[in-house]
Design a protein around this ligand. Structure first.
Ligand SMILES: NC(=O)c1ccc[n+]([C@@H]2O[C@H](COP(=O)([O-])OP(=O)(O)OC[C@H]3O[C@@H](n4cnc5c(N)ncnc54)[C@H](O)[C@@H]3O)[C@@H](O)[C@H]2O)c1
Ligand SMILES: O=C(O)C[C@H](O)C(=O)O
Length: 327
């Protein structure tokens, strides 16, 4: 028997990430090959004609799982009865622009959307914030949706996790799946910390197998941290297909589980690892089917502690920069 459709809101539907994302969600890459979906697409009024064009293309794909598409510029329509949301819509960083410049413009968007989420979404909906500055936008969303479970509001650091996994696998000369227990901590920004301290390769410590601490500290960490900037410099536009792919990985794992492996997710802090309670910070989690559980009790050495503290400090600064918008 055909399952009832799930509803997913996706904002920024006319943008470049969504041009990769929507087709894969409609194809079943998030919810599975037997799960119909209804796309509830949100964008600003001036972008709705472009959204209509994308929807024509979705129709032309004749996806068997695509049960319906709603197009709107009203977050309350987009978030009505949703099971999940991918909040991509915001202003992207352009060449020469610092990520922090985006804070104020995007904070206002997520304040409005948080109120709408609180008003009309199902309480167990799974929310992923992709639009930058993703962690702080997710923090604003959670603050603006006091009746919505904060645990279900997450931000994307999976692109950084995937980037680190790709670089480490290439260095070790193995397939990406061979590397497990990698973590990317913190803010989705150049302060993020790609941490191989617990990572394993075939059950052995990855750091021992690669055996090049200088490369890890001086090449891997900055390469991952600056990858978004390198792509903007090269493409004159921010990453799109890889960002869409990471969003799909994040939500698919949350919905279906990710086995024994760890993944990195931006989640609302419970105070563990010295991350101030309430901040949305990248941490390692186990995705169980339909939920996630923080990996607890890791011991951080002085290098790990310093790197984590640096990215936490930036998140605290970002919070201070936008806190007035909530008043
Ligand atoms: N977290 C990550 O790993 C990651 C990676 C890549 C990009 N991003 C971010 O994702 C965002 C989207 O990137 P893009 O390349 O698709 O940008 P884009 O400019 O191509 O598209 C953004 C879309 O958002 C829409 N939008 C703007 N304000 C909106 C609002 N209030 N409600 C709904 N939609 C709105 C725009 O009209 C546009 O269609 C950017 O903030 C970018 O920096 C995050
Ligand atoms: O850094 C950016 O602004 C782009 C994006 O977040 C990325 O990581 O590719």
């Amino acid at each position: 028997m055909t399952k009832p459709p799930v509803r997913i809101a996706i904002s920024g539907a006319a943008g470049q990430i969504c041009y990769s994302l929507l087709f894969r969600v409609a194809q079943g890459d998030v919810f599975g090959p037997d799960q119909p979906v209804i796309l509830q697409l949100l964008d600003v009024p001036q972008a709705l004609d472009a959204v209509r064009g994308v929807v024509m293309e979705l129709e032309d794909c004749a996806f068997p799982l695509l049960a319906d598409v709603i197009i709107t510029d009203d977050p309350k329509v987009a978030f009505k009865d949703i099971d999940a949301a991918m909040l991509v819509g915001s202003r992207p960083r352009s060449k020469g622009m610092e990520r922090r410049d985006l804070l104020a413009a995007n904070a206002a968007i997520f304040k409005t959307q948080g109120a709408a989420l609180d008003a009309v979404a199902k309480r167990d909906a799974k929310i992923l914030v992709v639009g930058n500055p993703a962690n702080t936008n997710a923090w604003i969303l959670a603050q603006s949706a006091p009746g919505f479970p904060a645990k279900n509001i997450t931000s994307m650091i999976r692109l950084d996790h995937n980037r680190a996994q790709g670089q480490l696998a290439a260095k070790a000369g193995v397939g990406v799946d061979a590397i497990t227990k990698l973590v990317v901590w913190g803010n989705h920004s150049p302060t993020m910390f790609a941490d191989w301290g617990n990572a394993e390769l075939d059950g052995q410590k990855l750091a021992d197998r690669i055996g090049d601490e200088a490369w890890y500290r001086e090449t891997l960490i900055p390469t991952v941290a600056q990858r978004g900037t390198a792509i903007i410099e090269a493409r004159s536009a921010s990453s799109a297909a890889s960002a869409a792919n990471a969003a799909i990985d994040h939500l698919r794992d949350w919905v279906h589980g990710a086995g024994d492996n760890w993944v990195s997710m931006g989640v609302v802090s419970d105070g563990s690892y010295g991350i101030p309670q309430g901040l949305v910070c990248g941490v390692p989690v186990h995705c169980t089917s339909g939920g996630y559980v923080r990996i607890e009790g890791l011991t951080l050495d002085p290098f790990q502690r310093t790197m984590l503290d640096r990215t936490i400090a930036e998140l605290v600064d970002e919070r201070e920069a936008v806190i007035d918008i909530l008043k």
